[in-house]
Write a protein that binds this ligand. Structure first.
Ligand code: HEC
Length: 196
């Protein structure tokens, strides 16, 4: 049994046993909400990114990304009642760094890719996790490195884009990616109630 199968079975088991404040957890409904929330974040971000690239070029787009990415994530989180964000093993913005659960899933994705699975066929992951003071629904979906992303995340980032990234993110670790790599993931979490 591989890890993914194990987590699906675990999630199924917890669906029956984990009772939040409101009783049984509808995992399929949570997954549908998570997909919708991540989709909203992804679409909005991409729209603003492409718009900024077209109107002002990549240096201006970095500024837009830096300001708008956290704002959009906060707005979608507030609208959906789920915490929605992007994360990665190598991040540009340290506040996107993964927690232990997210790191585990990202490393699992890389192992699947080492075994020959393309990034487009990596699975979404949904689990109910014991947080110590209750249960949380957690969900993740891979983000592939695409061609347009190379301007700011690729192997050779041209000046003045490189300098603009360096100025805003001195600890940037999010370059050196190639098309088809795993760039990161959308991540959603939602507390489901205490363990009374
Ligand atoms: C114009 C430059 C630019 C382009 C093009 C760009 N990004 Fe980014 N990306 C950024 C910046 C700036 C951040 C940091 C945003 C923040 O502060 O939250 C970032 C952050 C991210 C993160 C969050 C994790 C981290 O490293 O902090 C992911 C995931 C990501 N980008 C994926 C992509 C993908 C996929 C594409 C192509 C579809 C892309 N980016 C295109 C500039 C860019």
């Amino acid at each position: 049994m591989n890890r993914f199968t194990a987590s699906v079975i675990l999630a199924g088991f917890l669906t029956v046993t984990a009772c939040g404040a409101g009783g049984e957890v509808d995992l399929e409904a949570e997954k549908a909400d998570a997909r919708a929330a991540a989709g909203e974040l992804g679409r909005t971000l991409k729209g603003e990114l492409v718009g900024a690239m077209q109107s002002g070029g990549p240096v201006e787009a970095i500024e837009v990304c830096a300001v708008r990415a956290p704002e959009i994530a906060a707005r979608v989180s507030e609208d959906t009642g789920m915490e929605v964000a992007r994360t990665a093993l190598r991040v540009r913005n340290a506040s996107n760094a993964p927690d232990a659960w997210e790191r585990e899933q990202l490393e699992h994705y890389l192992r699947l890719m080492d075994d020959g699975r393309p990034v487009s066929e990596l699975p979404e992951i949904a689990e109910l996790v014991d947080t110590g003071d209750g249960t949380a629904f957690r969900w993740m979906k891979p983000i592939a490195m695409g061609g347009v992303c190379a301007t700011c995340h690729g192997k050779s980032v041209a000046e003045p884009v490189r300098a603009a990234i360096e100025a805003r993110y001195p600890d940037d670790a999010a370059t050196g990616f190639e098309e088809g790599d795993l760039r990161g993931a959308f991540t959603v979490s939602k507390p489901l109630g205490g363990s009374q």
